[in-house]
Design a protein around this ligand. Structure first.
Ligand SMILES: NC(=O)c1ccc[n+]([C@@H]2O[C@H](COP(=O)([O-])OP(=O)(O)OC[C@H]3O[C@@H](n4cnc5c(N)ncnc54)[C@H](O)[C@@H]3O)[C@@H](O)[C@H]2O)c1
Length: 339
């Protein structure tokens, strides 16, 4: 297939591009590099041993998008978005513009180009505080911040579009907590500034960029008192996108899938797993709970298991080992390789 990947230079997009190229797909990436590096894409091509087409452009620009669709596109995987919850509370309009405005512009460009297959990155954040865990796709949706609201609105816009155009096929993937890196250590998560997610913070303590890890709350109703999340290896997540591409090739309409391992780990369990993968000590400081954080959020991934034929295969210790290999070899993130 000819696949257009928005946000393909980012964390999840770059890992997915490696698998797309390895599977023989023709890949075009559009990314404005606002949260990523072109070095990631150079390494993607090196890992896959095949080229991709890269267009540095913005999904909100009709001109940039029409350039991306040149040469024909069979399906779109839409990763491009802003994703920091805290930042979305401070700058909601920027989030509405990029995430919602960008998605509308993309759907319009797809319609103009006659492209009918879409795989969309949503998030478990749409569940907010669930009534019970593990959550399935029918659980109530309760967003608690502007970032989550953009994901929910984007889901709804895509559903409305599919309802109006029976020839369309879309898959909405609700990711739980992506972690880890490509096993080569050549690509991985390279957050700019303060990381939003736990594992990059832990990795930065292990490599010596931070003195200790701040743990927000140890008085939750969980066995060790720290929050439990469903950690999913980024290579398993990338694999799910290949399954989703197959799925949109075979079905019309709009379908939602949770993507998670189906079980959770606490903050302390993740820290201990990272300590044993890295051989480094991770000092922790217990802080007060953060508002909006929930005690436990894990996926019921059985719909994806059955309908997509996908399940997570890699465990937390593998994710820690791969994330550590990436962090150790790239302590400053993506920097040019020595000549
Ligand atoms: N990483 C997570 O924990 C997580 C969890 C759930 C959902 N998601 C979603 O998955 C997707 C990918 O996440 P990620 O972790 O790879 O993030 P990321 O920031 O690494 O990747 C997003 C990419 O989109 C690009 N981008 C942003 N705005 C753009 C624009 N206007 N035009 C073109 N490119 C633009 C960025 O430069 C970046 O390369 C996002 O939609 C995110 O909301 C991520």
């Amino acid at each position: 297939m000819k696949v257009l990947v928005t946000g393909g230079a980012g964390y999840i997009g770059s890992h997915t591009c490696v698998l797309l190229l390895e599977a023989g797909h023709t890949v075009t990436v559009i990314d404005n590099l606002c949260n990523s590096s072109a070095i990631a894409l150079a390494r993607v091509q090196e890992l896959a041993g095949r080229p991709l087409r890269f267009l540095q452009g913005d999904i909100r620009s009709r001109t940039d998008l029409s350039g991306a669709f040149e040469g024909g596109v069979d399906a779109v995987i839409h990763f491009a978005a802003l994703k920091a919850v805290g930042e979305s509370c401070d700058e909601p309009l920027r989030y509405f513009d990029t995430n919602i405005g960008g998605t509308i512009a993309l759907m319009q460009a797809m319609e103009t180009a006659g492209v009918s297959k879409l795989v969309f990155s949503s998030s478990a954040t749409v569940y907010g505080q669930p009534d019970s865990v593990p959550v399935n796709e029918g659980a109530p949706l309760r967003v608690t911040n502007p970032y989550g609201r953009t994901k929910l609105v984007m889901e709804q816009l895509i559903q409305d579009w599919c309802a109006a155009r029976p020839e369309l096929s879309a898959v909405l993937l609700r990711y739980f907590n992506p972690v880890g890196a490509h096993p080569s250590g050549r690509i991985g998560e390279d957050p700019r500034g303060e990381p939003n997610n736990l594992m990059p913070c832990v990795a930065q303590v292990a490599v010596g960029h931070r003195s200790h890890l701040r743990v927000f709350g140890d008085d939750y109703a969980t066995p060790d008192g720290t929050g439990i999340r469903d950690y999913l290896h980024v290579m398993d997540l990338a694999q799910a996108h290949l399954k989703a591409l197959e799925y949109v090739g075979l079905h019309n309409g709009c379908e939602i899938f949770n993507l998670g391992a189906g079980h959770g780990h606490s903050v302390i369990e993740l820290v201990r797993a990272f300590e044993s993968a890295s051989g480094r000590n991770i000092p922790m400081e217990i802080m007060k709970r953060r508002s909006g954080d929930v005690a436990e959020l894990t996926a019921d991934p059985s719909h994806a298991n059955v309908r997509l034929g996908w399940s997570a295969e890699r465990d937390l210790s593998m994710a820690c080992a791969d994330a550590w290999r990436w962090q150790k070899a790239n302590p400053l993130g993506f920097t040019p390789d020595p000549e």
